[in-house]
Design a protein around this ligand. Structure first.
Ligand code: HXC
Length: 257
């Protein structure tokens, strides 16, 4: 499918989505949001794909929602259009989403990274929620998803001051799981995607679903949910194969991947 603001291509068993508005620092326009969500949904439904990597350019993952597109909006237009609600589609993707972040991930860019399941940062990455400097507040999870993943103190600091944090700080507060040399970012993210895509897809998807449940339910309900999904894996050929391969000291040949 041809897109205007992104590129989408399979790289082996990994679906690669590259944000592609270099002149605007990959600012997220409404069109770009729709295209990212469509490409991710297509990869999600593609049996040949086991994981999805979302990346930008070396200079910018995404410098936020497109301010030029929003500048003239009034309340009624924003409210009636339920501005930016469309990102819900990205959070409905069931296969693992890996954000490979180089350069700026600001505002909506930081929020999109936080919607992903794994965030890998290049050493030059800078994260922040600078909306306060524009007279607004984050609107796609910066006060909610971020507070749940990096805690109140760090979220308040970022959201109320608009300051940027570097990759090391983002890793130490748990937004980022690995920091890699800038030149290796894409290759490393694709390798992680390939590794995940080699496992049993039902196990991978259940594991993602179960971790996300931790953000929705109290602990005892989440533990029960996890245990039921765990039990369900015993109905799959891949559980039999995975455990037999371990006992027989060989590599598993998962059917569902
Ligand atoms: C529109 C943007 C943009 C943005 C950069 N550009 N960010 N256009 N929306 N978010 C454009 C600039 O206007 C400029 O266009 C070109 O990209 C290059 O940017 P420069 O500022 O010249 O580059 P540099 O000096 O290197 O600074 C990079 C930067 C800075 C630090 C990333 O651009 C910046 O602060 N951008 C805005 C960050 C921001 O406030 N993001 C939050 C947006 S609100 P021209 O035409 O001049 O070359 C948001 C809300 C989300 O995300 C929630 C929605 C509900």
């Amino acid at each position: 499918m041809a897109y205007e603001t992104i590129k989408a291509e399979p790289r082996g068993r990994v679906g690669l989505i590259t944000l592609n508005r270099p002149k605007a620092m990959n600012a997220l326009s409404q069109l770009m949001m729709r295209e990212i969500c469509q490409a991710a949904a297509d990869f999600d439904g593609d049996a040949k794909i086991g994981a999805i990597v979302l990346t930008g350019s070396e200079k910018a993952f995404a410098a936020g929602a497109d301010v030029k597109e929003m500048e003239k909006l009034g309340y009624s237009e924003a409210y009636l259009a339920d501005l930016w609600r469309g990102w819900d589609r990205l959070t409905e993707v069931r296969k693992p989403l890996i954000a490979a972040v180089s350069g700026y991930a600001l505002g909506g860019g930081c929020e999109v990274a936080a919607m992903c399941d794994i965030v890998i940062a290049a050493e030059n990455a800078k994260f922040g929620q600078p909306e306060i400097t524009l007279g607004i507040l984050p609107g796609m999870g910066g006060t909610q998803r971020l507070a749940r993943s990096i805690g109140k103190a760090k979220t308040m600091d970022l959201v109320l001051t608009g300051r940027l944090m570097d990759a090391a700080e983002a890793e130490s507060c748990g937004l980022v799981s690995r920091v890699v040399p800038t030149a290796d970012l894409l290759e490393d993210a694709l390798k992680i995607g390939e590794k995940i895509a080699d496992f049993s897809l039902p196990a991978v998807m259940s594991a993602k679903e179960s971790v996300l449940q931790a953000f929705e339910t109290p602990l005892d309900a989440g533990l029960k949910y996890e245990r039921r999904l765990f039990h369900a894996t015993f109905a799959t050929d891949d559980q039999s194969e995975g455990m037999a391969a371990f006992v027989q000291k060989r590599s598993p040949q998962f059917k569902n991947r």
